[in-house]
Design a protein around this ligand. Structure first.
Ligand code: WT7
Length: 646
């Protein structure tokens, strides 16, 4: 197989942290001698109040892994206090509002005092170490303040993306048993308001344990108010002290829980530790983005996702960087927005998702080329595979063929990037997430767990623990074991299919479970199906993914109405709405095909494999249909297939 290779530019070689031989040497060491390797890195990237007894303990067979046993540290101290001596006046956060006229610069000293103040507010609300706090905010600096204030007192934050519905919010608040919710009266995106407080009010009708709601006043609009429960952020902050000593936190105490979709059931609360996670966030941010002091770093991900946690907040702040927090969307006020923001603040490192790149590419090059982008030195992508042609467009048009691209593969569960080129060390192959990061032992296996040959497709697994690895699924150890370690005991199952070429480059093709990636967001088919089934007119439903030119994938639903119910467009629209209110706008169904019946095995299991092929018009090899209870069902579905707009 021949791939285009972009060699490392001379300009980049001059400034990079690592060359290829250095990467190889360090990688070898990280695998052969993880104790010493991680001990050195942990001292280089993080400040500890008390050292560890053991760097990494346990193994994946027994699932008793731990990092930095008995060490003490504080995440907020590491992101703020320790930088004050050198960086008090340096900008920590550049905030660009939805409206380009609204911007803020917050220095490290200011962020430190805001966080301390808000930590005192939380204490006054009786939040203490180990308590869970839900953060449901737009992309405003207060989101970062809230996260770090939790970290300062050892409370576990659970950030819920502002695009999730009241129902989704409720489920997450209840699962983590949060006692306090931080929100805004409204969000603002692309010139439209988002009713965040209203969603919280609705969610809290079924969350009795929540005692208080802190509301940031983001817009001038009025919202309904529950006396005794609700309080304005701005009022509480005005009364709070700006001194709050950081709590001593054990390395193995959780820093946060973040919900993500799996193949079965409701979203899982992915729990991350403090010590291992912070070391991994800092080291990956430093090497993979080739971060140097003074650079402006912009990760476009919302803090509601893991990318926002690790690379908009923790990674850059741990390294004393200036992180750009953007409230808006790439197409507002026009399609030049990202590039204008890059010029406005002289952004050096830009990290976004393939879905945004595809959407902007579709609008034509003019929107890009009328801007300068001279400050850029590095581009990054994450969330789903990027095709070679989209990669080339990003490289030549956005980066002026000057900036390496890091295609970073990772997951909510991995805490930080596991596979990526290292700029300056890795010749780039468009579309490949390249090589494993330090300490990461990745492999491709067949269904039995045996490693496959070079270039053979298989399942991507990770053989050794790494510091950013999830600790567990919140309050659900069984699910943790079942989802990641049951199929191949002793190995972490990623849920992705991939191949590795003969130069060690990984090529990820996508999920091999019932998770769909839509515009980079993770949606479980089971969640969508259960939302559809809540409609009183529906008897059965099954959803699969089909390709979409911009979003990567779209949802295709097969629905059987109850007997006597007419399948109308009105009903179809109700189902689409049902899913949006149950999950959120990220889960908008693209296609609804009415089905008299769904194909089932004799034991009554819906054959999703077959439905996937029908929806994708992949009819040549339907595989073994002999187990079908009623083979006629398939012909019927094929005849009524909906055309996919690619
Ligand atoms: C899934 C994890 C953690 C980043 C944001 C997504 C897909 C992620 C890539 C990439 C191909 C990718 C995988 C993975 N994915 N990055 N560079 N190339 N696929 O986190 O929501 O937990 O989703 O995103 O399918 O399993 P997430």
């Amino acid at each position: 197989m021949s791939d285009t290779i972009h060699p490392i530019s001379a300009e980049f070689l001059r400034q990079t942290h690592l060359t290829e031989p250095q990467y190889r040497q360090l990688y070898e060491r990280s695998i052969k001698d993880p104790q010493n390797f991680w001990s050195e890195q942990a001292q280089k990237f993080v400040t500890w109040f008390k050292p560890w007894d053991e760097v990494c303990s346990g193994d994946l067979e027994k699932l008793n892994t731990g990092w930095f046993k008995n060490a003490k540290l504080n995440a907020a101290y590491n992101c703020l206090d320790r930088h004050l001596e050198k960086r008090a006046k340096q900008t920590a956060i550049i905030w660009e509002g939805d409206d380009p006229k609204e911007t803020r610069h917050i220095t490290y000293a200011e962020l430190h005092s805001e966080v301390s103040r808000f930590a005192n507010v939380l204490k006054k609300q009786h939040i203490k170490k180990g308590d869970r706090v839900c953060i449901y905010l737009p992309m405003i600096p207060e989101a970062v303040v809230a996260m770090l204030a939790c970290a300062r007192i050892g409370a576990i934050h659970s950030v819920v993306f502002g695009g999730f519905s009241a129902d989704s919010l409720k489920a997450r608040i209840n699962d983590a048993d949060c006692q306090l919710v931080i929100t805004a009266n409204e969000g603002l995106r692309g010139g439209k308001t988002i009713p965040l407080k209203q969603n919280v009010d609705e969610a809290l009708m079924d969350c009795r344990q929540v005692r208080s709601v802190i509301v940031v006043k983001r817009t001038a609009n009025e919202v309904s108010w529950t006396e005794g429960r609700d309080a304005w952020y701005q009022d509480l902050m005005a009364q709070a002290e700006s001194q709050c000593p950081p709590e001593m936190i054990d390395a193995e105490d959780p820093l946060f829980v973040l919900y993500t979709s799996g193949s079965t059931g409701q979203p899982k609360g992915i729990l991350h530790s403090t010590g291992g996670y912070l070391v991994y966030a800092a080291i990956t941010h430093h090497y993979i983005f080739d971060y140097h002091d003074g650079e402006i770093f912009w990760c476009t991900a919302d803090v509601g996702w893991i990318t926002g946690h690790t690379y908009a907040v923790y990674g850059p702040l741990l390294n004393g960087a200036t992180t750009l927090i953007f409230e808006g969307v790439p197409h507002y006020p026009d399609f030049s927005r990202y590039w204008n923001v890059i010029d406005k603040y002289k952004v050096n490192i830009f990290y976004t998702a393939p879905t945004a790149i595809r959407a902007l590419r579709r609008e034509g090059n003019d929107w890009v080329t009328r801007t300068q982008r001279e400050s850029l030195k590095l581009l990054g992508t994450v969330g789903e595979p990027i095709s070679a042609d989209v990669w080339e467009w990003y490289y030549t048009v956005v980066g002026n063929s000057r900036c390496p691209i890091v295609d970073t593969w990772w997951q909510t569960e991995t805490g930080g990037i596991l596979l990526s080129p290292l700029p300056g060390a890795t010749p780039l192959k468009p579309g490949s997430a390249a090589w494993p990061f330090f300490g990461v032992v990745a492999a491709i296996v067949d269904d039995k767990g045996n490693e496959v040959a070079d270039n053979q497709m298989g399942k991507l697994i990770i053989r050794q623990p790494w510091p950013g690895m999830l600790q567990t699924v919140y309050k659900n150890r069984e699910r943790f074991v079942a989802a990641y370690f049951a199929e191949f005991p002793g190995k972490y199952l990623t849920g992705d299919d991939a191949r590795r070429d003969n130069e060690g480059y990984f090529w990820i093709t996508g999920r091999n479970d019932d998770v769909i990636k839509i515009a980079g967001h993770r949606i479980g088919t089971g969640e969508v199906e259960s939302a559809i089934l809540q409609h009183p007119s529906v008897s059965e439903a099954a959803v699969v993914e089909v390709p979409d030119a911009i979003k990567g994938h779209s949802i295709y639903a097969f629905v059987t109405p109850k007997s006597g119910i007419k399948p109308t467009d009105a009903l179809k629209n109700e189902l689409i709405k049902k899913v949006r209110t149950h999950i959120g706008a990220v889960a908008t169904i693209g296609y609804v095909q009415w089905a008299d019946a769904l194909p089932k095995t004799r034991s009554g299991k819906i054959m999703r494999r077959l439905l996937r092929k029908i929806a994708n018009n992949d009819l040549n090899e339907l595989g073994d249909v002999s187990t079908l209870a009623d083979p006629d069902v398939v012909d019927n579905l094929i005849n009524n297939r909906l055309p996919i707009e690619e």
